[in-house]
Design a protein around this ligand. Structure first.
Ligand code: XBP
Length: 271
C-alpha cells in the first residue's frame, strides 16, 4: 500500500531548469561581468552535474576564460550561485514558472485523500520555497509531511541520502512510498534508496532510461504515451492510476533491500 508520494522539484513540478535556473545563471553572468553565457543545449549537457554551484565549477574547470586558481573559481562560483538563486526567485515570484500539466491536480487529489506527500530535492531550499509559495500560497508547507532539500542533504542526487532522510522523517520503509522523478540522477537516487519511482519526461530528459520504474510517460497531464498504459478515458495521471501501477507492478513491490546500483548512469540521456 502506498503511504506517501515523494515529489522531485526541478523538471518534475515545473520546467525550472530551462525556464528558471538557466535564465537566472545567464543573467547573473551578465550582471557580474562574467564573459560567457550558457546555451540551452550546453546547459542540458551540464545537467549531468547535480547542483547549481557544482555545475558551475565543473563548467569553469573546462573554460580558458575562467580564473586559473581553484580558490578564485570557488569564490566566483559562490558569488554567481548566490545571485543566480536571487534572480531565480524573482522569476518564480513574477509567475513566470508554471507548474507542469497535471501536477496541481495530483497534489490536490493527494491532499483530499490525506495521503502524505514529501518534497525530495537537492536544490537549495530558497528555490523550493519560492516556487511552492507562489503556486500553493504562504501555507504551502502544510501540504507536505516533509521537505528535504540540499540544505539537509548535501550529497546531491544520484546519492540516495535525500530519499533516506525523507523516509526517516516519514517513518516509512522504502517500498511504502512512491517517488515522481524526471531525470536519471533522481531515478537512481530513489531506486538506490529502494523507493519505487514513476518517471515523467521533461524538456531535458524526454526519454531517459527508466529501467525498473513503476511507469514512465510524457506528462502527468495526459494519459497517452505511458508505459505501462494508463486508463485511456482519463485526462491525466490520477492517484488511482498510480495505485494501480503500484499494485500491478511486475517486479512485485515487497520489502526488499535498497539496491546500491540500478544501472542508471546519472548522466542525462538526451536521446
Ligand atoms: C536539481 C538540481 C539543482 C538545480 C539548481 O536537483 O540539480 O542543482 O538545477 O539548484 P534535484 P541549485 O533533481 O534534486 O531537484 O542551484 O540550488 O543547486
Amino acid at each position: 500500500m502506498i503511504r506517501a508520494l515523494l515529489w522531485d522539484v526541478d523538471g518534475t513540478l515545473a520546467e525550472t531548469e530551462r525556464d528558471g535556473h538557466l535564465v537566472a545563471f545567464n543573467r547573473a553572468f551578465e550582471a557580474l561581468g562574467v564573459p560567457w553565457r550558457w546555451s540551452e543545449q550546453h546547459y542540458g549537457e551540464l545537467l549531468a552535474v547535480a547542483g547549481g554551484r557544482e555545475r558551475l565549477l565543473y563548467d569553469m574547470s573546462r573554460r580558458a576564460e575562467a580564473p586559473g586558481d581553484a580558490r578564485q573559481r570557488e569564490a566566483l562560483a559562490e558569488t554567481v550561485h548566490r545571485l543566480k538563486n536571487q534572480i531565480y526567485e524573482g522569476i518564480v515570484r513574477r509567475g513566470d514558472l508554471a507548474l507542469r500539466a497535471g501536477v496541481a491536480e495530483l497534489l490536490s487529489e493527494c491532499c483530499r485523500a490525506h495521503l502524505p506527500m514529501g518534497i525530495v530535492t537537492t536544490t537549495s531550499r530558497g528555490n523550493v520555497e519560492a516556487l511552492l509559495e507562489w503556486h500553493l500560497g504562504s501555507h504551502w508547507n502544510d501540504h507536505f509531511a516533509t521537505v528535504v532539500c540540499a540544505n539537509e542533504a548535501p550529497r546531491k542526487k544520484p546519492d540516495p541520502q535525500v530519499y533516506r532522510l525523507a523516509l526517516e522523517a516519514l517513518r516509512l520503509r522504502p517500498h511504502e512510498a512512491v517517488a515522481i522523478e524526471d531525470a536519471p540522477a533522481g531515478i537512481e537516487a530513489a531506486q538506490r534508496a529502494g523507493v519505487p519511482v514513476i518517471v515523467t519526461h521533461s524538456h531535458y530528459f524526454p526519454a531517459c532510461a527508466a529501467v525498473g520504474a513503476l511507469a514512465f510517460g510524457p506528462s502527468l497531464g495526459r494519459s497517452e504515451g505511458w508505459q505501462p498504459g494508463a486508463d485511456p478515458r482519463a485526462t491525466r495521471i490520477s492517484l488511482d492510476q498510480i495505485r494501480r501501477w503500484y499494485e500491478h507492478s511486475p517486479t512485485r513491490i515487497t520489502e526488499t533491500m535498497p539496491s546500491r546500483n540500478t544501472g542508471n548512469s546519472g548522466a542525462p540521456a538526451i536521446n
